[in-house]
Every structure is written in C-alpha cells, then in structure tokens.
Ligand binder design. Structure first.
Ligand code: ACM
Length: 263
C-alpha cells in the first residue's frame, strides 16, 4: 500500500512566485501525511486564461533548466516526494508547450507535452510532440496526460498498454464531464487515476475543482470540493493495477481484439 495525493489549488494568473508558494504548502501537507507522490494542476505556476502569446512568453520556462522545474526539484528533495506538475514550457527555439514535469527526490525525471489542446490553447501552444510516456519511479510506473487529453480514450489506453499503473492527470477543467468519466477510464484500463484540478475564476472562466483519485474498480477514493485549495490523499494497492484479470476467463488487455477496431 502506498499513499498518493492531489494538490488542488487556485493559481494566480501570471504570478509564478505566488503560485510556487501555494504549491509548496500543498506539497508539504501531502508529505507530512505520508504521501509518496503528489500531482499538481495543469499550468499550476502561470494560470490558464491567457489573452496573448506574449503573456505566455512572459512566464513560460525551459524544462528542466527553468525556475519552475528547479523549484519542483528542490521541493521533491526537501519533502522526499515525487511530483508531477503542469507548467508552461518554452523550448530552445522559443516554441511554447502546455507541459508537465516529473521530478523526484533524486532530481529531474522527465516531461510530457500536452497532445490534445483545448479551445484557445491552440492560439498559444504547439501540440505535444513527445508522445504518451510512462516514467518508472521505482515503486510504480506513472503515465502522464494533461486535462483535455482525457476526452480521448486512446490517451489512457496508450499509457496503460505501455505499462502505467497510475495516470497522473494535471487539469484545469472547465466542462463538467471528467469527474464522471475518469472512474471509467480507470476501470476499463485497470489503473489508478489522479486528476489534480484547479479552482477559481480567471477573466470570467470558472474551473470546476473536484479533483479525484480513482481506483481500477471505478471507485472514487477521494474527491476535492468545487472551490477549495486542498490536498486529497488515498492509500492505494498497486497490485490491483498490475493484474488485468477480471475473473478466471477475462483479462481486459489479453481479450482486446485490435483487428476489429478502427484506427
Ligand atoms: C483543458 O484542457 N484545460 C480544458
């Protein structure tokens, strides 16, 4: 059994310093309660509802050599915890990505760039070009996707087929559907999912909160409120996610029939 967490927060738009402080308080609380992994929201350090590409350029950082990743590495080391957190990335050619960073007590582990961009994000960010990746963090393997990626069942399926046991899902949800869909994503792939959502209103756009940790049996183990900054923690049994059998006859991966599925 291992404890895992989400940190639900209300980032301040274009104010990374404030947001790193808020995030550190959530990371500390999760670590004090014994969590070994915490997921933070999409774009936790910058806010979401940008009005121009210049605004994003003003806050986006390189990964791993930027301020946000350095902060996350320091926090992971100080609190002895693994962290997956969404952030705005600027690459060496100046291209912008809606990314997530994976770090642990030993340092930088990797990054993911959001593949399915939502609405106005397409005006600011390039679509992700690193594929869906699974990171081995020792006690488990985590697959990373960001917010709207959930709408495409192929995202979790691909991560699960690649060996993910936990789906780390930083989010800034604005539609109401994900809290109903994510337990089913967990069930059909027999994985745990951790959605770390944000709350608050930004330039008139309201975020729904309701972060979740879901089990391979479609149980919502813990759910956040609609408006609070809070940590949610669940103790999970990873052997459940490693066993894809439903009964003596059915294994949800071996029973797949890809020859009959459309591409
Ligand atoms: C979203 O993908 N942030 C809705």
């Amino acid at each position: 059994m291992v404890k895992v967490a989400f940190g639900q927060m209300n980032p301040v738009l274009l104010s990374p310093e404030d947001n790193l402080s808020k995030a550190e308080a959530l990371i500390e609380r999760a670590a004090l309660e014994g969590a070994r992994l915490i997921i933070l929201p999409e774009l936790f350090d910058t806010g979401y509802n940008f009005e121009s590409k210049e605004e994003v350029e003003g806050v986006a950082q390189p990964i791993p050599d930027g301020k946000t990743t350095r902060f996350l590495i320091r926090a992971a080391r100080k609190y002895g915890i693994f962290i997956v957190a969404g952030t705005a990335e600027r690459d060496s050619l100046g291209r912008l990505y809606n990314s997530a960073v994976v770090v642990g007590p030993m340092g930088y582990i990797g990054k993911y760039r959001k593949i399915h961009l939502f609405a106005h994000e397409k005006e600011f960010f390039e679509p992700g070009n690193l594929g869906f990746q699974v990171f081995n963090i020792g006690f488990t393997r985590i697959g990373v996707m960001i917010c709207f990626d959930w709408f495409f069942p192929e995202s979790v399926r691909t991560l699960a087929l690649k060996g993910a046991e936990i789906i780390a899902h930083p989010a800034n949800l604005v539609m109401p559907y994900a809290p109903r869909a994510m337990p089913i994503r967990a069930l059909e792939n027999r994985v745990y999912t951790i959605t770390a959502d944000r709350v608050g209103v930004e330039r008139g756009l309201r975020f729904i909160g309701r972060s979740q940790i879901n089990s391979p049996r479609a149980e919502v183990l813990v759910e956040g409120s609609e408006d609070g900054e809070e940590v949610g923690i669940a103790e999970i049994d990873l052997s459940l996610a490693r066993d894809k059998r439903l009964n003596d006859y059915n294994d949800v991966f071996r029973d797949r029939k890809p020859q009959y599925y459309a591409r």
